[in-house]
Structures are given as C-alpha cells and as structure tokens.
Design a protein around this ligand. Sequence first.
Ligand code: HEC
Length: 136
Amino acid sequence: MRAVFVSSLVLLLISCGDDDSTPVDSSVDARPFGCPSHPDPLAMPGDDLGGDTWETFASGFFETYCTRCHSSELVGDVARAGAPDGLDWDDEATVRANLELVRFVVGESNEMPPRGDRPSCDDRERLVRWIDADAP
Ligand code: HEC
C-alpha cells in the first residue's frame, strides 16, 4: 500500500516536471481558444458581404452567442453571469458604440463567450468582416 502511494507520488512529481519543461508552442498564441487571431482587417467598407447586415446576420449572432449574459433584460451580476453592466448586445446602438471592443474579444483574443455555446471560427471571421466593412 505504502509502495503504491510512494510511486504515485513520484509519478505526480514527474508529470509536474514535464509540464514545466514543455516548450512554449507559439501556434497557441496564433489560435487563442482554437481559432485564428485577426488583428488585421478582413474587409473594407463597401465590400460585398453576401448580404450580411445587422438585421440579417449580426443581431442573430449576438442573440445566439452573447445575450444570455449581455442583455438589457438581465439585471444583476448573477443573471448576467458577471457580464459588465451596460454592455448589452441586444441593443444595436450599444453594439455600434463598442465595435472595436467586440471585434477584439470575438476575432482577436477570441475570449468571448467565456463558456457554453461558442461560435465556429468561420462565424467569428464573418462577424469580424461585418465590423471591418463598417457594420452595414
Ligand atoms: C457566459 C456569460 C457570457 C457570455 C455568453 C458572453 N460574455 Fe462577454 N463577458 C462576460 C463576463 C463575465 C465579462 C467580464 C469579464 C471579462 O472581461 O472577462 C465579459 C466581458 C465582455 C466584454 C468586455 C471586455 C473588456 O475587455 O472590457 C466584451 C466586449 C464582451 N464581453 C463581449 C461579448 C460578446 C461579443 C459575446 C458573444 C460572442 C459575449 N461577450 C458572450 C460574460 C459573457
């Protein structure tokens, strides 16, 4: 029994050591949360987005992936799961006032949403293109 305990302790120590010596994988930074990071513009104002507008695409994107926390209908830290007050993506004017921040967390750091149902990499890029084309 004691031998088993000691050997698992040794294994634990060895695996900790392995973690420390794992070389930094630079591709992880390029694909935060598994999707590419897009610091540079993916579109220009006036580009053909295949018909994507606030009405036809963006509002639905926010409803699917964001408003379960970021909604003007949710009040208080618990209901909002910590999403900051005032950052309500069911409100078009608020989205438009925060396009740079939204672009960053959806298409560059990819940190939003923090959990639950997350958009595909293609959908993230589609939202970034919509923003870069001046959010028609
Ligand atoms: C599960 C709840 C939840 C969902 C869903 C969610 N967020 Fe958040 N969001 C948070 C919390 C909590 C914070 C504050 C802590 C933080 O910044 O990490 C936050 C902060 C933010 C911020 C501010 C970041 C900053 O640096 O000031 C933005 C912008 C944002 N979210 C955008 C979005 C977008 C866009 C979506 C949908 C794609 C989304 N969030 C989905 C919980 C959520």
